[in-house]
Design a protein around this ligand. Structure first.
Ligand code: KMH
Ligand code: ZN
Length: 266
C-alpha cells in the first residue's frame, strides 16, 4: 500500500509551489496519485488563504471531490495543526471517512508541541470506533506504541491494527532506518504497518520499509524535494518513484480495493 500525504498542515505554497489547496486541485492531485500507484490519500485541508483548517465543510468538499475522481481510501487527519483545539480536530470525523489518523502520545514538533494526552487519545479512539472509522496509529516516537497498546487493552473494540511510523520529525524519533527493526518487533500479531521518513530521511526509511515487507507513505507533507536542490513537481512524481522502487524490490502495488482487504475495511 502506498499512502500519499499530499498536503499536511505546515507547508506553504512558498515552500512548495505545487501544493494542492482547493478541492479541485486536490481531486486532480488524487487522480494523478492513484494513476501513479497510491491507494490511500491522507487528507489535510486549507482555507481560502491557504492556512490549515479543520472546517467540516472544507473536508466534505475535498473528500467528495476525491471520491468523485478516484476510488482511493480517504484518510482524514485528526492531528490537524499544532494550534488546533481538541474539538476542532475531532469535528471532521462526523463525515465518517473510512480511515483517520490517531497519534497515541505527545511529541515535540520542531519548536512546538503536538499535544496528545491520553484522555484526548482515548476520546478520539472511541469516536472513531463509534463511527466505524479505522484508526491508523501514528507513531512519532517509540513510546507511542505503548499508547496504542493501552487503547487496545482498555477497549472492547476488535478491529484490524494498522500503524504508521513517522520518523524524522524534529523532536520525535529520528529517521533511523534501523529503528524499524525494533519498532516492528513490538507490533501485535496481525498488525500491518507503513513507514515514512521526513525530509532527508525519506528514501532511506522508504527502502528499509520496502525491504522489511512494510507499506510506505510519501507526499509533500513528508518530503518537498525530489532530490537535493530540486523540488518535486507533484505528489504523483513522488509516488511514481516509490512505486518504481517497490516493484524493483519485488513488491506488488495494492489497489485501493486490495488495501481495503488488507486493512479489513468493509
Ligand atoms: N500536522 C501535525 C501536527 C496527522 O495528520 O495525524 C500532525 C499530523 C499528524 O500531521
Ligand atoms: Zn498529517
Amino acid at each position: 500500500m502506498i499512502t500519499v500525504a499530499a498536503i499536511g498542515a505546515e507547508l506553504t505554497r512558498d515552500d512548495q509551489p505545487h501544493l494542492p489547496l482547493s478541492h479541485a486541485e486536490i481531486a486532480a492531485d488524487a487522480a494523478a496519485c492513484r494513476e501513479a500507484g497510491a491507494s490511500i490519500y491522507h487528507l489535510h485541508v486549507r482555507d481560502n488563504r491557504g492556512d490549515p483548517t479543520m472546517d467540516v465543510e472544507t473536508f466534505r468538499a475535498a473528500r467528495d471531490a476525491i471520491a468523485d475522481a478516484t476510488d482511493l481510501i480517504v484518510q482524514f487527519t485528526s492531528g490537524g495543526a499544532v494550534s488546533d483545539t481538541e474539538d476542532a480536530r475531532l469535528a471532521p470525523l462526523q463525515l465518517r471517512p473510512e480511515m483517520a489518523t490517531l497519534t497515541t502520545g505527545t511529541v515535540n514538533f520542531g519548536d512546538e508541541v503536538f499535544l496528545n494526552p491520553m484522555p484526548l487519545v482515548g476520546r478520539f479512539y472511541e469516536r472513531m470506533r463509534s463511527l466505524s472509522i479505522l484508526p491508523e496509529f501514528e507513531i512519532f516516537d517509540s513510546g507511542m506504541l505503548a499508547g496504542a497498546e493501552r487503547l487496545s487493552r482498555d477497549s472492547s473494540n476488535d478491529h484490524h491494527r494498522h500503524y504508521d511510523f513517522v520518523l524524522g520529525v524534529p523532536g520525535g524519533m529520528p529517521g533511523w532506518p534501523d529503528a524499524l527493526a525494533f519498532l516492528t518487533a513490538k507490533l501485535p500479531d496481525g498488525a500491518t504497518w507503513t513507514a515514512t521518513g521526513i525530509g532527508r530521511h525519506h528514501l532511506s526509511v522508504t527502502q528499509e520499509a520496502l525491504s522489511r515487507g512494510g507499506h510506505v507513505r510519501t507526499g509533500f507533507e513528508d518530503v518537498r524535494f525530489f532530490e537535493p536542490g530540486r523540488l518535486a513537481t507533484s505528489n504523483a512524481e513522488l509516488i511514481r518513484r516509490v512505486a518504481r522502487l517497490a516493484k524493483e524490490m519485488g513488491r506488488t502495488l495494492a489497489t485501493p480495493d486490495a488495501a481495503r482487504t488488507l486493512l479489513e475495511l468493509s
